[in-house]
Every structure is written in structure tokens, then in C-alpha cells.
Write a new protein. Structure first.
Lengths: 112, 113
């Protein structure tokens, strides 16, 4: 009965590689988000989709591309990975953009 | 833009009360949130308060909101070692069509036995 799930939980990869992180929610929510948590635990919004439409696109390198195949899924694809991309990436969802957000367990990305 | 600030560290003894403070700048939000992050884990929604309330109590948790001073606090009564975690204050910012959460830096609560 997992509400917001992410795969993989851990991802270790080399610089220059391309990788994807997947997120799924079974809450019937319309809005989904990606946040990045750096090594100092600072959390910052990256993207948000509402009904499969991009509504927030913060200052993120265009190597990061979100994709929402349907309302229940929001995937994050990262091209040409860099050392500075190492972080924990959290997916979240809410019923509507202005409502409470529920977070997934996070994906710990380490770029070597 | 929105700014949310918290102190970074709090140490208490088991059984004492803990008070974690937060200040924010965007006063247009309908809700303000507290999230908890245990080591190596995700973000767990702990509690939230409507902006038209001054106080909300939920078992050992008490949230106080001072809208005039833009100050939010979380009090944990009878703090237990299992409460050791990072606590994030979060304020939704932007217009109602967006509402990304702006997080404070997190307060690391250490509970000593």
C-alpha cells in the first residue's frame, strides 16, 4: 500500500552517464514534484507537473528532463551526469498544487 | 523570493520538551508544515497548521503560529530517543497554481538518554 514510491533507492554511476529515476503514486493525486536534497540537507524544488503538464521548472540545468507519461508517474532523466549531481532526489505528490505534499523515500544518487 | 529559516541543531535529554523554531517570509500560505526526516530515510509529514489558527495540538506535538511575527514553532513533549531526526519547516510559496514548498535548512534534534 505504498503511497509514493521511487526506483531505484540507490544509484551509483560514473560521470558522463545518462540515468533515469522513476516515481509512481497510487494516491490518485493530480500534481507531482521533484525535489533535490544536497549534502547539507537543503531541499529545493526542481519541477512540478499538474495533470501531466509542467507548471514549475526552476533553474535546473537542461541535462535534467522530467517526463510524465500519466498522472500517476513522474520520471526524471539526467543526461551527462556530473559530480555535483550527487544528491538525494525526492518525488512528492499532492491532490492539487496548493494542497499537502506527500514524499517518496528518496533516491540516493552518487556520481563518481 | 521566499525565505524560511531554522536553527540547525537542538540537543535535549529524554523526557524533556523540545521546541524547534522557524521563521518565514511569505505570509500568503493557507498551510504551514512540519516534516520529519530520520537518518537515511525519506520525508515524513509530521503535522501542519492552517494559517488562520494560532495553535494545533496532536498528541505530543504542539504547533504554534504567530502570523504577525511570521514565526512557527513545533513543541515535542516528553521527547524520546526515537524523536531524534531532522525537522523541516516548510512554507508553500508562489501563486495557488504552483505552491512548491520552500524548506528551512532543517533542525537536527538529538535526544540524549
Amino acid at each position: 500500500d505504498t503511497a509514493v514510491s521511487q526506483t531505484p533507492k540507490y544509484l551509483v554511476t560514473q560521470m558522463g552517464n545518462d540515468k533515469s529515476i522513476k516515481c509512481e503514486q497510487n494516491l490518485g493525486h493530480d500534481t507531482m514534484y521533484w525535489y533535490k536534497q544536497d549534502s547539507k540537507k537543503f531541499l529545493k524544488i526542481m519541477f512540478s507537473y499538474n495533470n501531466k503538464e509542467l507548471i514549475i521548472n526552476e533553474t535546473v540545468p537542461n541535462r535534467f528532463s522530467p517526463k510524465s507519461p500519466d498522472k500517476a508517474h513522474l520520471n526524471l532523466h539526467i543526461n551527462s551526469l556530473e559530480l555535483g549531481d550527487s544528491a538525494v532526489y525526492f518525488c512528492a505528490s499532492s491532490r492539487l498544487p496548493q494542497e499537502t505534499q506527500y514524499f517518496g523515500p528518496g533516491t540516493r544518487l552518487l556520481v563518481l | 523570493g521566499e525565505d524560511v529559516e531554522q536553527s540547525l541543531f537542538l540537543s535535549v535529554r529524554e523526557g524533556d520538551s523540545s521546541v524547534i523554531n522557524c521563521t518565514y517570509t511569505d505570509s500568503s500560505s493557507t498551510y504551514l508544515y512540519w516534516y520529519k526526516q530520520e537518518p537515511g530515510a525519506g520525508l515524513q509529514l509530521l503535522t501542519y497548521i492552517f494559517s488562520n489558527m494560532d495553535m494545533k495540538q496532536d498528541q505530543r506535538l504542539t504547533v504554534l503560529l504567530n502570523k504577525k511575527d511570521k514565526h512557527l514553532s513545533l513543541r515535542i513533549a516528553d521527547t524520546q530517543t526515537g524523536d531524534s531526526a531532522i525537522y523541516f519547516c516548510a512554507d508553500p510559496d508562489g501563486d495557488t497554481g504552483r505552491r512548491a514548498l520552500t524548506f528551512g535548512s532543517g533542525t537536527r534534534l538529538q535526544v540524549q538518554p
